[in-house]
Design a binder for this molecule. Structure first.
Ligand code: ADP
Length: 169
């Protein structure tokens, strides 16, 4: 079916591809940045085949960290969590793809890195829940909500990776 690859616009316009496209907000937390893991972590999502549409290094203000984690505001660890997330720059990313939300959660691994499977980011690169190097949205709705929270208008880029027809039939 190589002939089909000469007509990418036909491939990209199929309803199958667009119907299931989701977006996930992935963030490398301050420990991941300080430990020099930025390239390693980005590369796992890149190699899997998802599309990066937003990326920035950013010092998170306290009010944004509190808004992002508002569902956890009653937890005893909440103040420590906010001070952790604001302790240094984070890398904010918007990733897009079919099933990206659940797949990214699998690539990231369990919240407690000691319980995260080897091969996952947390399983390979971290040891403590309070220093678990990366965030990933837990639902498609939260993916869209968090991307809108962390990125301003004009910071996201729509583009078509040349590899798309080699990833999705
Ligand atoms: P996840 O990031 O895997 O979705 P949660 O939404 O439960 O996990 O928690 C958000 C973040 O809060 C965790 O990634 C971790 O940084 C922090 N956190 C969760 N539980 C604890 C805890 N018991 N002690 C310290 N930090 C915690």
């Amino acid at each position: 079916h190589l002939a089909a690859f000469q007509s990418p616009s036909h491939l990209f316009s199929t309803s199958l591809i667009h119907a299931e496209v989701e977006e996930s907000y992935i963030m490398i937390k301050p420990d991941g940045v300080q430990r020099g893991l930025v390239g390693e972590i980005i590369s796992r999502f890149e190699k899997k085949g998802f599309k990066l549409k937003g990326l920035k290094l950013f010092q998170c203000p306290k009010d944004l960290a509190e808004e992002h984690y508002k569902d956890l505001s009653s937890k005893p660890f909440f103040p420590k969590l906010i001070s952790y997330i604001t302790s240094g720059p984070v890398v904010c990313m918007a990733w897009e793809g079919v099933g990206v939300v659940a797949s990214a959660r699998k690539l990231i691994g369990a919240t407690n890195p000691l319980q995260a499977e080897p091969g996952t980011i947390r399983g390979d690169l971290a040891v403590q829940t309070g220093r678990n190097v990366v965030h990933g949205s837990d639902s498609p709705e939260n993916g869209t909500r968090e991307i809108a929270l962390w990125f301003k208008e004009g910071e996201l880029t729509e583009w078509t990776p040349v590899q798309t027809p080699w990833l999705v039939e």
